[in-house]
Design a binder for this molecule. Structure first.
Ligand SMILES: [Zn+2]
Length: 241
């Protein structure tokens, strides 16, 4: 018997007024990333106000002046285990995201696990494994689509996200490599610069560019939402893959 496309971790909850059905990040443009949590370890209900006492507001100079402000839901796709990239390990989850509100500027921020790519369904590791198959293992798109049981358009959207960011990825490594990255690198070469632990790449990229890598929304427009880094206290040395 065919395996289901995804394993659903949780049923869709009944949404209370404080958990409105805005399942996308669009209404919560400002974000802080919790680099102590991935989708596997994140629990929106576990946050206490005190956790954010060293977090800087992405929209104003205030530090640690937050109160908890409900939550919202969105979908994510991630691998259940770090060392198993079989499709049976892909989890498609209706995922609760915590929100906090700055007491100083009244802005509301989504508290994101560090492997979520804003406005994207696939999490960072799923994107990178897909790109690894494409660019380094030279696997055909249709073969990957079959492997993940994604539509091939979905794979092309991953390629498009990479192509939108490839020059910025190159510049990020140029700026952070102390001159060891040369000129004339191919797209494959540039992708190969992204090493494990991948979340350290995302963290560095986010700190440098003030936006998450592979996030395509607002890429060609001014006014992209400010993003905070390193939100709560906790182990910032988390790794995966
Ligand atoms: Zn603020």
């Amino acid at each position: 018997m065919e395996k289901p496309l995804f394993q659903h971790e949780k049923p869709s909850p009944n949404l209370s007024p404080r958990h409105r059905s805005d399942c996308f990040d669009t209404l919560h443009k400002t974000m802080v990333f919790d680099f102590s949590k991935t989708c596997k370890t994140y629990d929106a209900t576990s946050y206490k106000k005190d956790v954010f006492r060293q977090t800087k507001c992405p929209k104003c100079p205030a530090v640690g002046r937050f109160k908890l402000h409900g939550s919202y839901y969105r979908y994510v796709v991630y691998f259940r285990r770090d060392n198993c990239f079989d499709k049976s390990e892909l989890v498609h989850e209706f995922f609760e995201i915590k929100r906090i509100r700055c007491i100083s500027c009244k802005a509301t921020h989504a508290v994101m696990p560090c492997d979520i790519i804003p406005y994207k369904l696939l999490t960072l590791l799923v994107v990178l494994i897909t790109l690894d198959l494409l660019y380094l293992k030279e696997t055909p798109v249709l073969k990957i689509a079959e492997l993940w049981e994604f539509s091939h358009q979905f794979i092309y959207s991953v390629i498009a996200a990479f192509l939108v960011h490839v020059d910025k990825i190159y510049m990020y490594f140029r700026e952070t490599s102390c001159g060891t990255i040369g000129h004339g690198l191919s797209k494959n070469d540039i992708f190969a610069l992204i090493k494990e632990p991948y979340i350290e790449f995302q963290r560095g990229y986010l700190e440098t560019n003030r936006r998450a890598c592979f996030m395509c929304k607002f890429i060609n427009r001014a006014g992209a939402p400010p993003m905070g880094v390193c939100a709560p206290l906790g182990d910032s040395n988390i790794t995966f893959a």
